[in-house]
Design a protein around this ligand. Structure first.
Ligand code: NAD
Ligand code: ZN
Length: 373
């Protein structure tokens, strides 16, 4: 077995390991042995990733599992819909499953969320494994057990907390990912530094281009540190009653921009997050929570990597302020006109700030000199 880095997500009887390293998929029979041997496995992927990796995985694990099926859904956010969810559940039930069947999510965050929710729902809950293939999924969505699909009323509104049995993160899979998707995933890595580890952010300022060039040691460290931080936060607050909310740094802004862009591929999640991180620090400075220097440093790092750091330059940045605020309210699932934001006291220390009025956010946007609608 090659040396994989191992992180434990400590959730008592729902604890599980995250294994990180190069070429793990080729040795999936070894790494996944305890979870797939003598079991019926159904590997679910999308139409982009499936043709590249599904055969390799099947070839590796089929000798040890008792039965293996491959399924695919169209790639893209639209697969996190009730109709695709229904289809995939029916396909799985038509194959024939029992409580010992295990699902394997081989893909990005879309596959992870969809398959995770299917496994939470089928037979009132069966096991699943995450094999994340996008950088975003490797540092974020595959860890923590949030599963779900989108509703007409908004993103991720139908779902369940359901933890995987193991996360197998093969860093070589990133070789086939587009540079734009890679950079988008990098925004979530920056988020971890900003929310809780100033030294990690400093390390990213120095090593970002090696990470984006997929220098293995750097990529592995960046993923490992991100997963360690997420694992620690999830272990302390599995169902987001408190501290887990810090993982949403930059996301209230980001989700509003994504909703305005209608998830049509024009704006990737990480791109929206990058703009959101810049705004969260600017807003923190406006509220005298953090220094001007920290806010400038965040912007300058985002700019240096090529991530959008100026929300007005986004396609959704032309939207009128009331529309942005309306989406923020929906995202927070609140009907009151006061919002809670994740802001920062400094780089490496995020905080929850409650009771922010819509007028205050509106003035903040106006002061930025854009969107006087
Ligand atoms: N559950 C959570 O905690 C959580 C956290 C963050 C995001 N999410 C969800 O994750 C989703 C976004 O995830 P994503 O950015 O991975 O999107 P995605 O799954 O759509 O993947 C992005 C694109 O890259 C392709 N792709 C992925 N891996 C590839 C590879 N190795 N080689 C070639 N192509 C590859 C996919 O086919 C897709 O076209 C959103 O739906 C978001 O809501 C969930
Ligand atoms: Zn995110």
């Amino acid at each position: 077995m090659t040396n994989a880095e191992k992180i434990n997500v400590g959730l008592n009887d729902r604890s599980y390991p995250i294994l990180i390293g190069p070429n793990l998929l080729k040795a999936a029979d070894t790494y996944l042995y305890d979870f797939v041997s003598n079991r019926h496995c159904i590997v679910i992927s999308d139409t982009t990733i499936g043709p590249i990796y599904q055969n390799l995985l099947a070839k590796t694990i089929s000798p040890i599992c008792c039965k293996l099926n491959n399924l695919r859904v169209p790639s893209g956010e639209n697969s996190k819909s009730l109709s695709v969810f229904t289809e995939i559940c029916n396909d799985i039930l038509n194959i024939g499953i029992d409580r010992n069947t295990i699902l394997i999510a081989l893909g990005g965050g879309v596959i992870g969320d969809l398959v995770g929710f299917a496994s939470a729902s089928l037979l009132r809950g069966i096991d699943y494994i995450q094999i994340p293939t996008s950088l975003l999924a490797q540092v974020d969505s595959s860890v923590g057990g949030k599963t779900g699909i989108n509703a007409q009323a908004g993103k991720n509104l139908i779902g369940a907390f359901h933890q995987p049995k193991i996360v197998l993160t093969d860093t070589n899979l990133l070789n086939s990912l587009s540079k734009r998707e890679l950079l988008s995933g990098y925004a979530e890595i920056v988020k971890y530094g900003l929310l809780g580890d100033a030294n990690f952010f400093k390390w990213l300022e120095k090593n970002w281009s090696d990470i984006l060039d997929l220098k293995q040691d750097k990529v592995i460290y960046a993923i490992k540190r991100s997963c360690e931080m997420k694992a620690e936060i999830v272990a302390s607050d599995e169902t987001e009653k408190g501290m887990r909310a810090l993982l949403n740094l930059g996301h209230t802004f980001a989700h509003a921009f994504e909703a305005i862009a209608e998830y049509n591929g024009e704006l990737l999640h990480g791109e929206a997050v990058a703009a959101g991180l810049g705004l969260a620090f600017d807003f923190s400075y406006t509220k005298q929570l953090c220094s001007k220097e920290d806010a400038a440093r965040v912007r300058s790092h985002l700019a240096q990597t090529g991530l959008p750091y100026n929300y007005a330059s986004l396609p959704a940045g032309k939207a009128p302020i009331p529309q942005i605020i309306e989406h923020m309210r929906k995202d927070k699932k609140t009907v009151s006109n006061e919002l809670t934001f994740i802001l920062a006291n400094r780089i490496g220390k995020a905080c929850v700030v409650q009771n922010i009025s819509e007028e205050e956010i509106s003035s903040f946007f106006i002061a930025k000199g854009v969107n006087h609608v």
